[in-house]
Write a protein that binds this ligand. Structure first.
Ligand SMILES: [Zn+2]
Length: 418
């Protein structure tokens, strides 16, 4: 993952895409449909019915049937929606080639993208088409920028390396030195009034421009002189946005030059903020480990045990952990046991399953009763134990260390275990 403290939502989205990416059809028969938010359901239905008709021309009888079945599934899913969601919709359906017994398995997946998609298409291929969704994941985090003094304000959005100017406004407020002729008190009062009106306008634009920006991780406020601080002291900014303010930056200029200055001066700061939380949680773990106070534990078995004992403050999981938490059930006596299997090793594990003897009755065979992403299992366990869980990237030295040196799973516990 290229950026950010890994939020759980983002992590889940990425994992889901990775799972879909692995699936293959036997023939060219996996159906992908993307629908943008502005489309009407009945229009999409009409187009899909046409595709269904066109599919009659597919030569292979099996493929034809599979494609038509998949299209039927997509239409069924579509009917469950009254309107297309605000960010659009992606539906995937098809007969997945299975390694077992050669029996294909029809599966359907509905994805509501975390950010709006604008494409409309139907594809029928060997695999699902996921590029538009992976692109969303690659979007860099977004920051809002306001540069202001008492004369002008400029609003910009910083995405990755690029800052786009969204709006420039002028205050219409005259300078501090009054024009001749007016009484100085009256002049001061008028100036205050105009300034207040301008400050309110700035606050209004902040709401209009930044409130609904997806993935907005923070706002940076720049400008020459103390006007920005005066503005911040007033109650011109909605609290949801106020909470996102990361820092203020003094600049020599306002306007587009000012925005450039803010971007240049915030680079290292943004990098720092981005990974601060991840660094902090890993450092906390390392601190306890170094002090040998018994409050640091690592390894999947140890951490799961601590969670079951409701003895965890924070669980740290590397996003690189790709394992299944599998529950096996004995077909003879119903005995259950759990195993943790690398996702890469799954096929071999399934093949070796028949050779496993039941721990209780000595017979078997075992069958897979449940199979879940280990990280999702840890999330549930952490919730039950009222512990925090942090998914940690490998973008920092600390995150890399968590993964390489501690197997990617660690915890800070409440009391010592030994
Ligand atoms: Zn048994």
């Amino acid at each position: 993952m290229s950026s950010g403290n890994v939020t759980l939502d983002r992590f889940r989205f990425q994992r889901m895409l990775e799972q879909l990416q692995r699936l293959e059809g036997r023939g060219t028969e996996l159906v992908t449909v993307y629908v943008p938010p502005n489309k009407r359901i009945h229009e999409v239905m009409t187009d899909l019915r046409n595709e269904y008709g066109t599919a009659v021309n597919i030569k292979s009888k099996t493929t034809r049937k599979n494609v038509q079945d998949a299209l039927t599934k997509v239409m069924e899913r579509l009917k469950l929606f009254k309107d297309i969601p605000e960010t659009g919709l992606a539906i995937f359906a098809g007969t997945i080639a299975s390694d077992q017994l050669g029996v294909g398995d029809m599966q359907t997946f509905t994805v509501i993208p975390p950010e709006p998609i604008s494409i409309y298409y139907y594809r029928c291929e060997h695999r699902f088409q996921l590029d538009p969704l992976f692109e969303i994941l690659e979007h860099e985090d977004t920051y809002g920028i306001l540069v202001m003094d008492s004369k002008d304000a400029t609003f910009a959005i910083l995405k990755g390396q690029r800052a786009d100017i969204v709006k420039d406004i002028s205050s219409g407020v005259a300078g501090k030195t009054r024009a001749g002729g007016q009484s100085s008190r009256r002049y001061e009062r008028l100036r205050e009034m105009y300034l207040n009106e301008y400050f309110q306008r700035v606050g209004g634009y902040m709401t209009d421009i930044f409130l609904n920006v997806p993935n907005l991780r923070g706002i940076i406020i720049g400008g020459p002189g103390p006007t920005k601080e005066d503005w911040l002291k007033g109650s011109y900014l909605r609290h949801e946005l106020r909470e996102k303010i990361l820092t203020t930056v003094d600049t020599g200029y306002t306007g587009h030059e000012g925005v450039k200055e803010v971007v240049n001066r915030s680079r290292s700061f943004i990098e720092h903020v981005r990974y601060m939380q991840e660094r902090k949680v890993v450092q906390e773990f390392l601190k306890h480990l170094g002090e040998d106070d018994g409050l640091a534990t690592y390894g999947e078995e140890e951490v799961i045990q601590a969670l079951k004992s409701v003895n965890v403050y924070t669980v740290l999981v590397s996003e690189e952990i790709k394992r299944w938490y599998v529950t096996l059930a004995c077909k003879s006596c119903g005995y259950r046991e759990t195993r943790i299997v690398d996702m890469d090793q799954w096929t071999q594990f399934e093949q070796g399953l028949s050779a496993l003897k039941c721990l209780k009755c000595g017979e078997g065979p075992y069958e897979v009763a449940e199979k879940e992403d280990l990280i999702e299992v840890l999330v549930k366990m952490a919730q039950a134990a009222e512990a925090k869980l942090e998914v940690v990237s490998t973008q920092t030295e600390e995150g890399e260390m968590l993964y390489r040196s501690f197997g990617g799973i660690a915890a800070v516990t409440k009391y010592r275990v030994y």
